[in-house]
Write a protein that binds this ligand. Structure first.
Ligand code: ADP
Ligand code: ZN
Length: 220
């Protein structure tokens, strides 16, 4: 089962993917997380990706696509994966289709999270992540704060704000790129008949956890 999480920054893609991954055993493959892990470990891939990420730009396909392709061959991915942050362009989606075809698989479900713009920016500014790269739990200091300020509930490590979440320019650039390059994927997957759009907003009291629970129910 190949599931794709689609949606702008701050809609809760990663949160939903994480919960569904735990329940279904399908690994969460977050390209952003893989990049950040490589950056913190100063690998060649991390060094190459860093300048794009800190300025809020997309990492080129020559780096991103082989990285995902490799990840899909891991043993834990044999029953499928939950893709979080990939694909992000029509080109990447086409490359993914090709990759999956070669593996005898296809995209089964695309969950498209939609959140009002004002809420999105607020959520990005109030997002905090665990600095332990093996944990990387995400919190929101307003919506889902940790029990002790600045400390991860799960592993006790320090929480921090992502560099690209603290820079208004990087935030705006990411949202612009989302609109321009990523949002056409909604139509791309709708045409294939695999799209499921979910609104996430405090205004209707529906958060990522609610979408995740419905999804788990549906997949059972
Ligand atoms: P967000 O969506 O909140 O910006 P992510 O963790 O998904 O955060 O991604 C962080 C950064 O990693 C992106 O801004 C981009 O620079 C890079 N990135 C992640 N996924 C991709 C991708 N599929 N293609 C190109 N760059 C990517
Ligand atoms: Zn943690």
């Amino acid at each position: 089962m190949i599931i794709i999480m689609l949606g702008a920054q701050g809609t809760g893609k990663g949160t939903v993917a994480g919960i569904v991954s735990k329940e279904t055993g399908l690994p969460q493959v977050s390209t952003g997380d893989i990049f950040r892990k490589n950056i913190s470990e100063k690998t060649e891939l991390g060094i190459a990706a860093d300048k794009y990420i800190s300025s809020g730009n997309l990492v080129p396909d020559e780096i991103t696509v082989p990285m995902v392709k490799d990840r899909l061959t891991w043993e834990d991915a044999k029953n499928g994966v939950i893709l979080d942050g990939f694909p992000r362009t029509i080109e990447q989606a086409e490359k993914l289709d090709k990759m999956l075809e070669e593996m005898g698989q296809k995209v089964d479900l695309v969950v498209n999270l939609v959140t009002p713009r004002e809420e999105i920016i607020d959520r990005m500014l109030t997002r905090r992540v665990c600095t332990n790269q093996d944990c990387k739990t995400t919190y929101n200091i307003k919506l889902s704060p940790p029990k002790v300020e600045g400390i991860c509930d799960k592993c006790g490590s320090q929480l921090k704000q992502r560099e690209d979440d603290s820079d208004p320019e990087a935030i705006n650039r990411r949202l612009e790129i989302y609109e321009e390059k990523t949002s056409p994927l909604v139509e791309y997957y709708d045409k294939k008949g695999v799209l499921s759009t979910e609104k996430v907003s405090v205004s209707i009291n529906r958060m990522g956890i609610d979408v995740a629970n419905d999804l788990i129910e549906k997949l059972r």
